[in-house]
Ligand binder design. Structure first.
Ligand code: NAP
Length: 355
């Protein structure tokens, strides 16, 4: 059980459950800081906004670029490393390397092995104005902590159209790898919105299931890296729809999404595309709303690292790691690296304070 308001404050609370959070927990647990991790709550709201526990990697399939996990049959290793109640993950994967959910469960398990305590709950408010800090969870529990590591990551952006909201989970999605294989999209046309690496990656993935993938981009040139852009543009199933934005998602109560209305960005013209779904891939927003007014952020609401090459924030004793403070690299391995840094920074700060 975590400490209540009248109990001894936690030495270190870690908020988040992606690679940054679990790496911080592994290091902190091994340093005998007895960390408490708030991994997030399993709620419908978190599912819809893409903020369920285990973060964005849990929404992907194969992870080919995390060092130490080359392609190959890892199933024997995975079964031996994961608790029995997670062996289903291994059984459902095609055994050519590690999947995102497997990688996250491995990290979580590794943190547990060293004694990390985990609360499956969201931190919804913090008070960093005095030490020990106060954290309030969604279930109402109040925890005090001498040091905090924020590793809450980022989530996918949507266009913000009322029609998009209306059809979320009925054809509108921000995660092709989560939803693309659903029967409703098989051999049907779909739309992907965006021009970055995420958009072309999603379009490529969806081309395995859909009849045509319309890649709707507001300019006439992709932002994606050349190799990924070329792959998408040479894919016969992917049709770029240049200089266009989605003005409205079309559909009805029975079928969900049936198409989109496109508006040109270069003239006044509009047209419709038939589509069974729309996948939005237009960037991310950091999960920092619960920190408003408590810690310095950038204009895009990412937490500011205030000391070069350190994970310190504007609040002494509060550290940040991973995508919540990094809109540039945004990789599992860089998030894990900064999680390690944050744990070491917190450990040294606590030691210097004699806590
Ligand atoms: P991104 O690079 O920021 O691209 C976002 C795209 O969405 C841009 O093309 C942008 O158009 C468009 N966009 C933004 N807001 C829009 C709006 N309201 N309406 C219509 N279009 C809108 O984001 P990302 O693709 O998620 O990639 C983020 C980072 O992750 C990048 O550094 C990327 O390289 C990396 N990444 C790498 C991989 C990989 O290597 N496998 C995969 C995914 C992501 P404009 O171009 O006109 O601004």
């Amino acid at each position: 059980m975590p400490a209540g308001p009248t109990q001894v404050p936690e030495r270190l609370v870690i908020i988040g459950s992606g690679p940054a959070a679990w790496t911080a927990a592994i290091y902190a647990a091994r340093a005998n800081l007895n960390p408490l991790v708030f991994e997030g709550a399993v709620t419908e709201e978190n599912r819809v906004s893409g903020t369920l526990p285990l973060g964005q990697l849990a929404l992907t399939t194969e992870v080919e670029n995390f060092p130490g996990f080359p392609a190959g049959d890892l199933s024997h290793y995975l079964r031996s490393a994961l608790a029995a109640d997670h062996h289903w993950l291994v059984d459902m994967h095609h055994k050519q390397g590690v999947s995102g959910p497997e990688l996250m469960h491995l990290m979580r398990q590794q943190a547990l092995n060293f004694g990390t305590r985990i609360e499956t709950d969201d931190v919804v408010a913090v008070d960093f104005s005095g030490r020990p800090f106060s954290l309030t969870a969604m279930t109402g529990q109040l925890v005090r902590a001498h040091a905090v590591i924020i590793a809450t990551g980022a989530r996918a952006n949507y266009l913000g159209l009322p029609s998009e909201e209306r059809f979320k989970n009925r054809g509108v999605s921000a995660c092709a790898v989560c939803d693309g294989a659903l029967p409703r999209f098989r051999n049907r046309p779909v739309v992907v919105v965006g021009g970055g690496d995420s958009a072309v990656e999603e379009a490529d993935y969806l081309s395995k299931f859909a009849s045509t993938v319309h890649l709707v981009h507001r300019r006439n040139e992709l932002r994606a890296s050349k190799i990924m852009a070329d792959r998408a543009l040479h894919n016969p199933k992917i049709r770029p729809e240049w200089n266009s934005v989605v003005a409205e998602v079309l559909g009805d109560e029975e079928k969900g999404v049936t198409g989109v209305r496109l508006q040109s960005t270069t003239d006044q013209s509009a047209r419709q595309l038939d589509a069974a779904g729309m996948f939005v891939a237009i960037g991310h927003t950091p999960n920092t709303r619960f920190l408003e007014g408590q810690v310095e952020m950038t204009a895009k609401k990412y937490i500011k690292w205030t000391v070069p090459f350190r994970t310190n924030t504007s609040v002494e004793g509060v550290f940040a790691a991973g995508d919540v403070a990094d809109d540039y690299y945004r990789q599992a391995v860089t998030a894990a690296g900064s999680g390690c840094q944050a744990a070491l920074d917190a450990e040294r700060w606590l030691a210097a304070k004699g806590i």
